[in-house]
Design a binder for this molecule. Structure first.
Ligand code: NAD
Length: 268
């Protein structure tokens, strides 16, 4: 590591993902942890980000002042309103941004797309390498099975998760729908209750489980006559997301403005 190493800022540094990200940046040989930011009323302000993450001291304290922080790439795992505020700050200062926050609205995504004409942005609802491989397999499976099999997506997460279905389940739905030649917007079913009638073959159904400390389980089922194919991913701890997001930050440093995904980071 030298003074030319990209300087990384973590937005949401006091959160579950933020702490994992601090550890992942500290362990990365070519990146420097330069800033740790959270809400201006977070109780963790002033604490050393490395110690807070349960590791060694980072010499960087958690701050609530995003505009005053110096970094080249910001990694944001917060809430949509935090992400959008950080986006405006990064735009003003022409800094790159990796966005992992989920639950973004269509308007918020649109604002991110606009911003990507001016700064490099990498957006993914899931930075795990395994999930991104699943996305490729799911598109292929959608193409091969979509005409004859019913498609259902089941996901489980910890009790504190605030959005449903998960951003990853939606990405998986988009991948399958793309393969099957459908638009997820037109065929997604998010709720079933009461007299639903028989299943419409063109639909893609979502089921959500919330509880305990589940880091993230996803299964896409292709249900046919006399057989069933399932593609599953289970995350067992948060470091897989953190390492993927940090890899994306290292890749993004110095890139041209544009909206990139984890699939771009991983390459063909
Ligand atoms: P968390 O609640 O543990 O942490 C969120 C942190 O963001 C907290 O420290 C909170 O104080 C801070 N925050 C909230 N609003 C803010 C704001 N307006 N400005 C600045 N900071 C703010 O949540 P978490 O489990 O760490 O998850 C954070 C986000 O990351 C969620 O949207 C979650 O779904 C998403 N996530 C994405 C991936 C991925 O791979 N893309 C993986 C896991 C989690």
């Amino acid at each position: 590591m030298n003074s030319a190493s990209p300087r990384i800022g973590i937005h949401g540094a006091a959160g579950k993902m933020g702490r994992a990200l601090v550890q992942a940046v500290q362990a990365h040989p070519a990146l420097r942890l330069a800033a740790a930011i959270d809400r201006s009323d977070a109780p963790e302000l002033g604490k050393d980000a490395g110690l807070l993450a349960g590791g060694k001291a980072a010499g960087v304290t958690v701050s609530g002042a995003l505009d005053a922080a110096a970094f080249d790439v910001l990694i944001d795992f917060t809430r949509p309103e935090g992400t959008l505020a950080a986006l405006e700050s990064c735009l003003r200062q022409r800094r790159a941004m990796v966005i992992g926050t989920t639950g973004l609205s269509a308007e918020q995504r649109q604002r991110i797309e606009q911003a990507a004409t001016q700064i490099p942005l990498c957006l993914s609802a899931n930075f795990s390498i395994g999930v991104n491989l699943c996305l490729k397999l799911l598109e292929q499976a959608g193409r091969a099975l979509g005409d004859a099999f019913d498609i259902e997506i089941v996901e489980a997460h910890h009790r504190a998760k605030v959005d449903a279905p998960s951003g990853t389940a939606l990405m998986m739905g988009e991948a399958v729908a793309r393969g099957a030649g459908r638009n997820l917007k037109d065929c997604a079913v998010y709720e079933r209750h009461g007299h639903t009638g028989a299943r419409d073959r063109e639909t893609i159904g979502f089921s959500t489980i919330r509880g305990g400390d589940v880091v993230g389980d996803h299964t896409v089922m292709f249900l046919g006559d006399g057989e069933r194919v399932e593609i599953s991913h289970r995350a067992t701890n948060r470091m897989n997301f953190a390492n993927g997001a940090v890899r994306a930050a290292a890749w993004l440093a110095g890139k041209k403005p544009g909206l990139y995904s984890m699939l771009d980071v991983l390459g063909p």
